[in-house]
Design a protein around this ligand. Structure first.
Ligand code: ADP
Ligand code: MG
Length: 661
């Protein structure tokens, strides 16, 4: 059964549903309300205190429509409520007029103003409420009303076949759970508050079980994946390290030692290095690639953006300049000829290290002898990608690097399939980034400081926030900012803008000019928030900072402070000052992430896009930690049960339903 088979879903509604990312019945039924309105029609209290209430009334006059201005009208009528006469009004519901016939009983929801004897409604129920009613409220867009969604979902609940229940039978029994169908019914059309609680517990547990099962599965899969041991001499590694322009920090040394041990082992490495921005993860990955090279294998380093890939490529050329290592770059903007050359070189072993964007493992890229796959600021491979990698006939070691600051206990759970190394130190000589919140009205101060820094030869990052969750880019915002700055500085300061919609070649040119200090101010959207390294930048200005989670802001400001100079971060906004103060107070990513969790919840905490930890539909990591931990231990024990081992059906079903991507 498809969406379009549901009563009330015509072609137009289908398009509207697509706008909410609803494409299937499962999408629809798992489109959960984000809150509920609870109404019980009452008698208008004598001592009315201004609360929003619901009352039942009888219409006494034909409503009058007043047009206040274009697109703004008011409907008013007289009515009676328990022998009391009062006046009702509602804005922009002129279409209700024909339904409000004299003598009809309806429910008014809204507030009452005593001295005008007027009930100002925000909603009118044409079918009067008789008892306590719980009305689910969904996030919607312009073209689709809550009432529409409620109707369609109700129809789907009665007509559609039951959705697959991802909680295995033993746990349904153990926890005495309702059925999936019941849970969905109760979450969308609850009769009592108790039902909401019961249903959301079921659905949260189910969602987290599925998530943790996948992690447990990958962990187990990994533990039984063997590869050839790698051989290299520690002296050679140490000799290479001694050519570096700095000493490694203790943290770096610890992580490196584990990686080298992993490489030498016959069990596949699957390690995550978690370290704050600027903690020096890249060099560790380079040393790992060096060891892998000495063992006779090729390495690949994947970066999330082309800008970052090129930056790693440049650094690698520099770091390995006195070695025999041959390095290749493969990115989207290469010409076909260039790509073909790189592919040929890879296949015949003429490239030892390949650096590029994500496409390099998925495309028709074939290796001569791939031994190590490193991903930077990129989520770990899902089951599907692992299978692609294996199908290349190799079992490469995998190393992941991430700056997503996430509280330790969460890291160990959410990355449970990986061995996690934390880098807690920052390379010496680095100062804290001085962070200040400024209101828009204080922008002048910031502009003056920027000019000062530029006069001292330094550079500035500016981030415009105006991007919504869909990453829809508002070009005007960066353009407008550029104009603002140009006016402030009389067009005397070279300013450029960078955003995701530019062609890779253009982006690269813009980044190069900024790196070469030709451009002084780079205004960008958050597309380049990860990893970019321009040491000469000393100020980061973030507009509308309140729109971001603390973790994201912390990552953004990590683009400055990459030298021994004093560096600054200015957060420009008029709202949520208290929350942002955490950034003024601390430069510790792990602490900030704990605070973010407390203050804002999980929505942003994990920098979803960077971490690859998916957003949940109903579970909330900040409040549902207990359920998460239960799901973790349950999914792990389920994986080891005879029931699971004897028939792999659970795994197969998940795979079929594309839940193992
Ligand atoms: P991140 O962990 O954010 O990826 P990078 O690897 O980009 O950090 O390192 C940031 C900067 O610090 C780079 O310029 C790098 O060369 C430098 N760096 C790394 N390790 C050290 C160290 N032990 N001492 C001094 N500088 C270092
Ligand atoms: Mg990095």
């Amino acid at each position: 059964m498809e969406l379009s088979d549901i009563k009330g879903v015509g072609p137009k509604m289908l398009t509207n549903l697509h706008e909410l990312n609803i494409y299937s019945i499962e999408d629809l039924l798992t489109y959960y309300p984000y809150r509920y309105d609870i109404f019980e029609p009452i008698n208008l209290p004598k001592d009315y205190n201004g609360e929003r209430i619901a009352i039942n009334v009888k219409v006494e006059t034909t409503p009058i429509t007043t047009f206040i201005k274009r697109n703004f009208n008011k409907l008013s009528f007289r009515c009676s409520h328990n022998n009391q006469t009062l006046y009702a009004s509602i804005f922009n519901r002129a279409f209700l007029k024909p339904h409000l016939t004299i003598g009809k009983t309806i429910t008014l929801i809204g507030k009452y103003t005593k001295f005008r004897n007027e009930f100002t409604c925000d909603d009118i129920k044409l079918t009067p409420l008789t008892k306590k009613e719980i009305i689910p409220i969904y996030h919607t867009k312009k073209n689709i009303k809550n009432a529409d969604l409620r109707k369609i979902i109700a129809a789907a609940l009665t007509d559609a076949a039951a959705l697959y229940n991802y909680i295995p039978e033993p746990f349904i029994e153990k926890y005495n759970m309702v059925s999936k169908r019941q849970a969905l019914r109760m979450i969308h059309t609850p009769h009592t508050y108790e039902e909401i609680k019961q249903a959301s517990l079921f659905l949260k547990y189910e969602e987290l079980f599925l998530f943790m099962f996948k992690i447990a599965y990958m962990k187990k899969d990994n533990a039984s994946t063997y590869k050839e041991e790698k051989y290299f001499k520690d002296e050679d590694i140490n000799a290479f390290i001694s050519t570096l322009p700095f000493n490694l920090t203790d943290s770096q040394n610890e992580a490196l030692a584990l990686i080298l041990t992993d490489l030498k082992s016959n069990q596949k490495m699957n390690r995550l290095i978690l370290g704050d921005v600027g903690s020096g993860k890249t060099i560790i990955s380079f040393i790992a690639m060096y060891a892998n090279f000495l063992s006779g294998y090729q390495s690949v380093l994947m970066a999330p953006t082309e800008v970052l890939a090129r930056q790693h490529y440049e650094s690698a050329l520099n770091i390995f300049k006195n070695t025999k290592i041959k390095i290749g770059l493969l990115v989207g903007s290469n010409t076909k000829k260039e790509k073909d050359q790189v592919k040929a070189d890879l296949l015949n072993g003429n490239i030892d290290i390949l650096i590029g964007t994500h496409a390099i493992i998925e495309e028709t890229v074939k290796f001569y002898r791939l031994g190590l796959v490193i991903t930077d600021e990129q989520h770990r491979f899902g089951v599907k990608q692992r299978e692609i990698l294996k199908s290349k006939g190799e079992v490469p070691d995998a190393l992941y690097m991430s700056a997503t600051p996430i509280p330790r206990s969460y890291a160990l759970t959410l990355y449970g399939d990986l061995d996690v190394s934390f880098i807690t130190q920052k390379p010496g000589g680095r100062k804290e980034i001085i962070t200040k919140i400024h209101k828009y009205s204080e922008l002048k101060k910031v502009l003056m400081h920027i000019l000062e820094e530029i006069k001292n030869g330094h550079q500035i990052y500016v981030v415009a926030s105006l991007i919504d969750d869909n990453e829809e880019l508002d070009l005007k915002s960066v353009e407008t900012l550029k104009q603002k700055f140009n006016l402030a500085y009389n067009y005397k300061v070279p300013i450029e803008i960078l955003h995701g919609k530019l062609k890779p070649k253009e982006k690269e040119a813009i980044m190069t000019r900024f790196k070469n200090n030709e451009t002084k101010i780079l205004i960008s959207t958050t597309v380049i928030e990860v990893g970019v390294d321009v040491k000469n930048a000393t100020i980061m200005v973030i507009f509308d900072a309140d729109r971001f989670g603390l973790a994201t802001l912390h990552q953004l400001r990590g683009r400055v402070g990459r030298n021994s100079l004093d560096s600054y971060c200015y957060l420009i906004c008029d709202k949520e000052i208290d929350r942002l103060k955490v950034l003024e107070e601390s430069n510790d990513g792990f602490y900030i992430s704990e605070k973010d969790l407390e203050l804002r919840g999980s929505g942003d905490l994990f920098g979803i896009r960077q971490s690859g930890i998916k957003t949940f539909k109903i579970a909330d990591l900040s409040t549902d930690k207990k359920i998460l931990m239960q799901a973790k231990s349950d999914s792990e024990s389920y994986l080891n049960t005879e029931q699971y081992k004897n028939n792999m059906s659970y795994y197969k079903i998940l795979k079929e339903l594309e839940h193992l991507n």
